[in-house]
Design a protein around this ligand. Structure first.
Ligand SMILES: [Zn+2]
Length: 261
């Protein structure tokens, strides 16, 4: 009954078979977010190997500048994708400010399409938190997953008011600020992620490849922080994700899969 709502499965390389095996053995429902078009094509192939893997199309803010003049093509990909992500803004880690207008243009195109097609979105928000909330409001995109939130607390609370879901990931093991966020998200909006394979390597500045079972460490830490059991956290996250995708015409196939987990 585990949910990993933000993973880069196409980046596992030689470890992909092992990652898919862990997903099957541990029964981890996995939202496989794309970075760009080739990434989404790879994920569609990977998705054929497991009904626990949901590939979704997005253009990561780091890639946005390469795609700002390809919006029609993006539109065709969006039509084929049951949900949207990874998309967003990054004005923190991306230092090249000349890419910021392209990031904004590509993101707004995606959010507008998500609003029109009523698809859920998976968002990267680094230093763009307020702008992203404004866009969700503008296009009335009510089903949003905010991935690895690390922004200001006032915007966190505004996003909670709006009804955004939050994936808490592996940084909760290491950061007091993220622990505070993990405690602040209300029960009904809590989700979990790994953002692997790269998240642990990025956090610990080593060569550790993050595997899907890292989701269990996240759940245990969340349970300790929220003074409950890992089983209760898993149930909560499963119920939240099931509610997020319920009644979504593009995701009808998920109901029996989630029901069996
Ligand atoms: Zn990601």
């Amino acid at each position: 009954m585990l949910i990993d709502a933000h993973v880069h499965l196409d980046k596992y390389g030689d470890l992909l078979d092992q990652a898919l095996e862990e997903i099957e053995v541990e029964q981890i429902f996995t939202v496989a977010t794309a970075m760009d078009m080739p990434s989404y094509l790879d994920l569609q192939e990977i998705g054929k190997r497991s009904d626990l893997v949901l590939p979704t199309f997005g253009i990561h803010p780091r890639r946005a500048a390469e795609y700002e003049n390809r919006l029609n093509e993006i539109g065709r990909y969006i039509e084929t994708s049951p949900a949207i992500g990874e998309i967003g803004l990054d004005f923190h880690w991306v230092k090249d400010t000349s890419t910021y207008p392209a990031q904004r243009k590509v993101l707004e195109y995606f959010i507008a399409a998500a609003g029109e097609q009523n698809k859920f979105v998976n968002l990267h928000t680094k230093a763009g938190e307020k702008e992203i909330l404004d866009l969700l409001e503008k296009y009335d995109v009510r089903r949003a997953i905010i991935h690895w939130y690390s922004g200001p607390m006032d915007i966190l609370h505004a996003m909670i008011q709006f009804g955004c879901y939050f994936t808490i990931g592996v940084e909760v093991l290491y950061s007091d600020y993220i622990k505070g966020i993990a405690k602040g998200v209300p029960d009904h909006l809590l989700l979990t992620e790994t953002d692997n394979p790269g998240a642990l390597r990025w956090l610990k500045k080593n060569n550790e490849v993050g595997m899907p079972t890292a989701i269990k460490d996240v759940i245990e830490t969340l349970a300790a922080l929220r003074q409950t059991t890992p089983e209760r956290i898993s149930e909560l996250v499963h119920a939240n994700f099931s509610r997020l995708v319920a009644n979504d015409p593009a995701l009808q196939q998920l109901s029996p899969i989630l029901a069996r987990l």
